[in-house]
Design a protein around this ligand. Sequence first.
Ligand code: CDT
Length: 353
Amino acid sequence: MTPRMLKVAAAQIGAVNRDADKKETVQRMVKLLEEARSKGVQLVVFPETTFTTFFPRFLFEDPAELEKYFEQGDDITTNQDVKPLFDLSRSSKIDMYVGYAERTDDGRGFNTCIYYSGQKGRILSKYRKIHLPGTKEPFADPEAINQLEKRYFEPGNLGFKAFRAPDLIPGVAKKGDIPAEAKTIGQGDPILGMMICNDRRWPEAWRMYGLQGVELIMVGYNTPWNAKHLFGFRKPMTDEQAEAEAYYHHKLVMEANSYMNACYSISAARAGYDDGKFDLISGSAIVSPNGYTIAQAKTIEDELVTADIGLDDCRQGKETTFDFDRHRRTEAYSLITSQTGVVEPELLAAEVP
Ligand code: CDT
């Protein structure tokens, strides 16, 4: 059997200011894609809303100003400003995950990412962010960092749909090569899944992909570290502690969920200080199915983080500890889909017999 090896990369993008020229930002992405090509990378993951600053931190009163941050249309790959990226992906035959703010043909707003197959020269899959964090209305405190995703986007309506990426690995099994009744774990074209930023903190999202045999999850993100209104105030923290905690939680969820679903993950940050002051963690990383970070960004700037991964390494977990077929107990999990918020047990009486 062909060993299912891939060279992959997270393409971290540093600061992008509010008034940045989209064409220049796309040129930074092109430069990283060229570096990926020179290193023989087959799949590159770019961050969430990569083409612009992370605009949901601002309240826009003027719809025309807001619209500058959205890509127009259901298929953005021929939009003038961003086309050079897709052209290079196609000519280099490098596949890409790219996040952007989507304004659909019928005027709806989503926080979206696409998987563009450089091999096939077209969009293979689209995902729209399901777990939108933050608020609809800005915080009363004028000093607060807002995250108005619930104002600008609808929750994603495409579900968590895993897909196979054709031609990324030559020589793998295809339909008909294996008897229909045989188990195909660890064979065929790679099984991929996409999430966006806050989704990575939700085990339900990972398990939805885990149940489709996912081998590699891709996540782009914009994570502020000094955003006390968003993360809460219960424990007083220094700036250094707040920053360390944001990095810790990012690494924790990427490693734990990769392990619990026996899959690789690639996370790509929009990092640095937008407009010289709005902080975003870096920490772009590639994590193994055993939950180890095997490559990690060293800067808060534009940076390509690469690793060689063997998808067959997913089999160990999928066939043992996390063999869902043998070990999951769905009869005990009904609350997960029947209830949204927390319902606590009643308070105890003063004297418990
Ligand atoms: N972009 C995005 O989803 N950011 C959020 C910030 C935290 S909101 C509490 C994240 O999960 O990283």
